[in-house]
Design a binder for this molecule. Structure first.
Ligand code: H2U
Ligand code: ZN
Length: 344
């Protein structure tokens, strides 16, 4: 379509915002920073790692000799459950509220050298159970209204430790982005009588231009409105509101999807591909939330190579997000990536 060959804007219905797409710029020469690649070969056990089994963490607590997954309360939690409640307001200008919550760390494996892309499906499967257990337990807590599960992967994304792990931050209030997704999915359902992401999947599976791959239970796609070069969404085909609704087949399917997507990502630039990823799902505020449709967002920073990343700067900080390569081009690159991991 001619529109997509020239500068245009695309709408993100989940966040009710627009992204500027400039496909004609993909040919411009690059003379910017070339970052050096971190060493990728790691030992199976690192005596200095805070997350390896039997090691002592920064807090002085010793990890058990765990054999599969391991959950602990973050020793440097950004949210605390015991905070005196307080409010501050000066006109409608200066406002502050106290915020309580719980932060945990989940180790995916005792093996220091693995990543989701290098783990087997049956090794990832117990991680899904831990995510479900965490969601259920925190949902039962009356002081928790949203459970955010996320993984920072790679130094480029600020990950502090290469040991395969993710985090859970659970808040007293629904945070900003899940809050916006709630309102926008609700507004869509009110207007159309159907689910935004169910309808999105119908459109995407018909055109297939942005679909990377699909299984019986999930679709992996580059959203039409993607901001990051290789941004991906994993969307359940069934209208699940949260991870605790997945049946046995869907749990195994999800484990396999995470592995296969991880391999494709690593193969793009033959590197341990950095990203931040996380689930978006039904708030645990007691509401019915029929509008909510479970999905994962992957936000990887890399653009041109294992060392050249996209920065959100200039126009993007001051005006709106922008991308050069189109979502369709990224999806094609990801579709072309093999599902056999390059040799580490
Ligand atoms: P990131 O790699 O995404 O930074 O997550 C690691 C988390 O692990 C981080 O939030 C916590 C950090 O606070 N951590 C501990 O709780 N104990 C430790 O001994 C080291 C790291
Ligand atoms: Zn480790």
């Amino acid at each position: 379509m001619k529109l997509f060959d020239n500068p245009h804007k695309r709408y993100n219905p989940l966040l009710d915002e627009w992204v500027l797409v400039s496909p004609h710029r993909t040919k411009r020469p690059w003379q910017g920073l070339v970052e050096s690649l971190p060493h990728v070969k790691r030992p199976e056990y690192d005596p200095k790692c805070y997350l390896c089994p039997r090691n002592t963490r920064a807090s002085g607590i010793t990890n058990p000799d765990y054999k599969s997954t391991f959950v602990f309360t973050n020793d440097f939690s950004a949210l605390l459950s015991d905070v005196p409640s307080g409010q501050f307001k000066e006109k409608d200008i200066l406002q502050a509220h106290s915020e309580t919550g719980i932060c945990r760390v989940i180790c995916f494996s005792p093996r220091h050298d693995l990543t989701l892309a290098l783990m087997k499906t049956e090794e990832i499967r117990p991680v899904i159970d831990v995510w479900i257990d965490q969601y259920n337990e925190l949902a039962d807590n009356r002081d928790i209204r949203y459970v955010q599960i996320f993984e920072n992967h790679g130094q480029m994304m600020g990950c502090s430790n290469p040991h395969p792990h993710c985090q859970v931050w659970a808040n007293q209030t629904v945070p900003e982005l899940p809050g916006r997704e709630t309102r926008n999915q609700e507004a869509y359902m009110d207007k159309h009588g159907s689910c935004l992401l169910c309808d999105c999947l119908k459109v995407e599976l018909k055109s297939r231009e942005r679909v990377v791959f699909e299984t019986d239970e999930f679709v992996v796609l580059v959203p039409f409105w993607a901001v990051w070069p290789f941004e991906v969404m994993v969307v359940s085909k069934k209208h699940y509101a949260a991870i605790n609704e997945l049946d046995e087949k869907a749990k195994l399917d999800l484990a396999d999807v995470l592995r296969r997507l991880g391999i494709r990502f690593d193969n793009i630039f033959k590197s341990d591909f950095p990203y931040s990823m996380g689930f978006h799902q039904k708030p645990t505020d007691g509401g019915k939330h029929e509008e909510w449709h479970l999905h994962l967002h992957y936000y990887p920073p890399l653009l041109r190579s294992a060392t050249v990343r996209k920065h959100m700067v200039g126009y993007e900080l001051l005006a709106m997000p922008q991308r050069d390569m189109t979502a369709e081009q990224s999806a094609e690159r990801l579709r072309d990536c093999p599902e056999t991991h390059y040799t580490v």
